[in-house]
Design a protein around this ligand. Structure first.
Ligand code: NAD
Ligand code: GLY
Length: 367
């Protein structure tokens, strides 16, 4: 059953279609947007070998002229060298202002394609076809695009909204289970920061650790309510002047852990899981929410088989230092998003370093 969610922004609005089994209708969906004929599909070898043919056939059948750009798979390719490859293909295929870049992949492909679309000819059309759970519920919506700098994640980027997002949940059937769990971290995040009832629905599920262990009804709810939460928040604050920062719940310590472990030992969603546990413990130490609420959060994170402790051997002072380079630092102070109850958070830069250290010590493996 197709569900359409609108992202309403002051300068541009667009639709997110959640429509099982419709990757082969990508061309029809895009045909309705009155875009130019030239399309550059950006993907990676893993996703392209599974879904490239279907997407391209659909585009060609509806009259689009299609070129492809295949980038390396993984966070280590999320850099300016990959962007240059997209630009080279855009030039070779004479992409024009009316042309479209289509991101077919997870958050890495989506963020890079969006950045290339934002900057090629000062901005061309952009369509997101997310293929990971994380990209479906988070990265494909809201217009944050960019690449990593060797010194830090997502330091180079632009706000640039897609014209359309097509979510075909059927593609999740091939998603590795570790990636499914990583996506669940962002899903659980929406329950904590925005929607207590949604959190309770996840809490009622005995397992959240694999697609086959979640009922189809709950999976539909997960996609719908997560996309709606993201659309609501971005609709109120597109450029992160205030409210949007709450989407960074779990990301402050999460990003530090991810970068210190080379973006492979701990992947993004796993870092967010660890970061949410840390934020919950900090909130508890500061008397902002109760031990019972922290335990409820951590239980749901554990149900998705996400890590709730720091990886072995990670130096606490290195984490504290890494927090300083994060984009969330403002006027030299690290900003934390902390829960005040299930379904609500607050933004603060008043977390004492000693509290951060104590919480991280508590979260060391074996402690
Ligand atoms: P990813 O893009 O690296 O994808 C994870 C892995 O799954 C890859 O190996 C990919 O090839 C594979 N894959 C993708 N779809 C598949 C499918 N259907 N079947 C089989 N394999 C598949 O990782 P991700 O978790 O999707 O995205 C992480 C990135 O997203 C990070 O770079 C993060 O910074 C970014 N992000 C951006 C935002 C935003 O608002 N722009 C939000 C959250 C995360
Ligand atoms: N994932 C954080 C944001 O979109 O703002």
């Amino acid at each position: 059953m197709t569900c359409v969610i609108n992202v309403n922004l002051p300068t541009q609005s667009y639709e997110i279609a959640i429509a099982p089994g419709t990757l082969d209708s990508l061309g029809e969906y895009m045909g309705k947007l009155h875009l130019g004929k030239k399309v550059l599909v950006v993907s990676n070898p893993t996703v392209f070998s599974l879904y490239g043919e279907t997407a391209i056939a659909s585009l060609k059948n509806t009259g689009f002229q299609v070129a492809t750009c295949i980038l390396g798979d993984g966070e280590s390719y999320k850099n300016l060298d990959s962007i240059k490859k997209i630009y080279d293909l855009a030039l070779e295929n004479r992409l024009e202002r009316s042309s479209t870049m289509v991101a077919l992949g997870g958050g890495v492909i989506g963020d890079m394609t969006g950045f290339a679309a934002a900057t090629w000819l000062r901005g061309i059309n952009f369509v997101q076809v997310p293929t990971t759970l994380l990209a479906m519920v988070d990265s494909s919506i809201g217009g944050k695009t960019g690449v990593n700098h060797p010194q830090g994640k997502n330091l180079i980027g632009a706000f640039y909204q897609p014209q359309f997002v097509l979510i075909d949940p059927d593609v999740l059937q091939t998603l590795p289970v570790r990636e499914f769990r990583a996506g669940m971290a962002e899903v659980i995040k929406y329950g904590i920061i925005w929607n207590a009832e949604f959190f309770a629905q996840m809490e009622a599920s005995s397992r959240l650790d694999a697609m086959e262990n979640v009922t189809p009804e709950l999976m539909e709810t997960i996609l719908k309510l997560s996309c709606q939460a993201k659309a609501d928040v971005v609709g109120e604050d597109e450029k992160e002047a205030g409210l949007r920062a709450i989407l960074n719940y779990g990301h402050t310590i999460g990003h530090a852990v991810e970068s210190l472990t080379g973006y492979t030992q701990v992947i993004h969603g796993e870092g967010v899981g660890i970061g949410m546990v840390a934020a919950g413990e900090i909130a508890l130490s500061l008397g902002m929410w109760t031990a019972e609420e922290a335990a409820r959060q951590n239980h749901v994170i554990a149900k998705a088989c996400l890590p709730t402790q720091l990886p072995d051997g990670l130096d606490i002072e290195a984490i504290v230092d890494a927090l300083q380079i994060d984009k969330k630092v403002k006027a030299g102070k690290v900003r934390f998003i902390l829960p005040t109850k299930i379904g609500a958070v607050t933004i603060t830069d008043q977390v004492p370093s000693d509290t951060i250290r104590q919480v991280l010590q508590k979260m060391q493996s074996g402690s």
